[in-house]
Write a protein that binds this ligand. Sequence first.
Ligand code: ADP
Ligand code: MN
Length: 326
Amino acid sequence: TLDQAKLKAFENAAAGHDGVLSDESGEMIIKPCTGHEIAFYQESLQHHPKFYELMPLFMGTLQLGAPANVPDVTAPSEPADLTQDQKDKQLLHGQKIATETAIVLENLEHGFKKPNVLDLKLGALLYDPEQTKPEKAERLDKVAAETTSGSLNFRIAGMKVWNGKEYDVYDKFYGRKFNAENIKDGFAAFFSSLGAASRPDDARELLETILAEITKARHSLERSESRMYSASVLIVYEGDADALDTLMGNPPKTPRVDERAPTNFEIKKSQEEEDEDEEQPPVTHRVKMIDFAHAAWTPGKGRDENVIKGLKNIEDQMDVLIARFE
Ligand code: ADP
Ligand code: MN
């Protein structure tokens, strides 16, 4: 369960509002949000399992500002086809207290040594035309017209990249400066550590895997009837060059001090520790769709070209980058 007294600020967001929290272990993030976004997670979990695979795991809701130590996490109601792994991650039911509502999600940065994070905001139309006041609509249309949101149906909303010593942080204004011709430089900056550290084959393999995940998201939306305004694709990959090398199956560059083979006892013990350890094995990357404050399943409305075009253009940019490693 979650101990509210031990929540901490989530310092590692790539973009978006302040106020995102993380639990003590860092496995979950707690994001203040609207009931609409929670409803979208519920509905996706229950009725759109293919698309739900592309979302962070939904672990429940939380009323912020409640007294410490009160187990007031409310688990999402379970659909029949939840995997055991997903069930294991669901939190316990508890009482609700009327305060600010937050959503509890799998932290997509968890498990990485140095997560590099890129937030790509989708769509040329960035608001629901039926729900938005003219002033806000005008403001968002202007931003779209001046950025790749307008020309490519996506823009870089923010990113952070480990440079070997510290994080280079790129704020929302960084991504607004690109046009359709030079946006490739933004992708090159995000994936810059791949050029330096790893072998070209590994870099290409990783980029191709990330590309395949984005294609999967597009295919899913091409078969759906939905509208998502200002949702994002969040791309995370391991920014620690040595950790990535090891994950890609390469032996460490610096030989270990202890070269002796492990004894049977040691093998058994580490096996047991692994069994006890519920944590997922480390991964090279994660690609997920996030930010559903203005998203809805809309039967009868047809596919969401506004978002599909953006995903297609991101795929094209990934192709441009992959070609550099060939
Ligand atoms: P908003 O843009 O409305 O503030 P988002 O859902 O886009 O809300 O979240 C803001 C930022 O928080 C994102 O840019 C991302 O960096 C981070 N974030 C959101 N959800 C997750 C998650 N499940 N795991 C890790 N980081 C996340
Ligand atoms: Mn966002």
